[in-house]
Design a protein around this ligand. Structure first.
Ligand SMILES: [Fe+2]
Ligand SMILES: [Fe+2]
Length: 327
């Protein structure tokens, strides 16, 4: 098992490095979010009642900026990881674990990144950082975390399938797409519980229920938070538009990937909120999977199987990475 995982990771890294796309096919990146995606006044009103906003570790912010750059060198990833002693220790422990079973001791982060692969290590470090922010404080946040991890994995699978040039960016966008939920929950847990009840009992979508009770929805709040953290504008937009990918302007492909990924995560058994009716996939988002309409359901079934398998692997790998250390 360890060997196949290593080779799968290595091929993922290699495939990612080999993929390039002409710069002209993508708009230039700036730090401006897509117009009209953020309703600042209602978000400000909402967040001013919070004692503290969720934080993202500095290392995660740097890794997330690095995912927006194609072909980040492994030594750059190692340099960023080295800024965080806990991530450094985890990386070295994983590289030396029976999980991988390398015959020689891996003594430096640089070497660990080379032998484990820059992309898998970057994804794990991101997962660990986002996990610190989402946490598993209770069953509800545990569901959000499982859904987020599965959506990250699904986005990475879709990125691989569609030759999207930045698999780690897709993973990060999937992982963070529902991050606004953390803000709403922290702002007013009882009101958030009422949102869930409205979704379950009255069949409203979660955004409708959130707008009704909070004046804003998790997609808007999450994008606002991502912007506040200084994350790349494409990630901000993907978070803002993950339920309405047709509204994305900067990088519609990433928003489509995340939209389909969140649905695949639901179908794979990692639904959030749990036990509510499955939402249809926006027709425009199917462009990204490029499926013939007649073959769509069959393709989705295959993708769901991939998501189940890969999410289980990622969970196992993440558990190994986290080990017994507390955040
Ligand atoms: Fe969402
Ligand atoms: Fe979601």
């Amino acid at each position: 098992m360890t060997t196949s995982r290593t080779s799968a990771n290595a091929s993922r890294t290699g495939a990612n490095a080999a993929r390039t796309r002409p710069a002209s096919t993508k708009p230039a990146r700036t730090n401006a979010a897509a117009p009209g995606t953020l309703d600042r006044s209602s978000i400000l009103k909402l967040t001013e009642s919070m004692v503290a906003l969720p934080t993202l570790p500095l290392v995660a912010t740097r890794l997330l900026r690095a995912v927006a750059q194609p072909d980040t060198a492994p030594d750059e990833i190692a340099r960023i990881l080295s800024l965080d002693p806990a991530l450094t220790a985890r990386t070295l422990r994983l590289a030396n674990s029976e999980f991988y079973g390398f015959p020689r001791r891996v003594g430096s982060v640089d070497l660990a990144v080379v032998v484990l692969g820059a992309n898998p290590i970057r994804d794990l470090a991101l997962s660990a950082s986002v996990f610190r922010t989402i946490g598993e404080a209770d069953a509800l946040m545990e569901d959000v975390w499982r859904h987020s991890l599965a959506a990250g994995v699904a986005a990475r699978i879709l990125a691989d399938r569609t030759h999207y040039r930045l698999e780690s960016e897709a993973y990060a966008a999937g992982l963070l797409h529902d991050i606004g939920t953390v803000v709403l929950r922290q702002t007013d847990p009882a009101r958030f519980q009422a949102v869930i009840a409205m979704v379950r009992d009255q069949g409203e979508t979660i955004e409708e229920a959130e707008r009704g009770l909070f004046g804003s929805c998790h997609a808007e709040v999450g994008a606002w938070l991502a912007e506040h953290w200084g994350l790349p504008a494409d990630l901000v937009e993907a978070i803002a538009c993950h339920h309405r990918p047709e509204t994305a302007r900067r990088n519609p492909e990433l928003a489509q990937l995340v939209h389909v990924a969140t649905s695949l995560a639901e179908r794979a058994g990692f639904a959030w909120p749990r036990g509510v009716a499955r939402r249809p996939i926006a027709p425009s988002a199917f462009e990204v999977v490029d499926a013939d309409e007649r073959k769509r359901e069959a393709l989705l079934e295959t993708l769901v199987e991939d998501v189940v398998r890969e999410t289980e692997r990622e969970q196992e790998l993440f558990a190994e990475f986290r080990g017994s250390q507390e955040d």
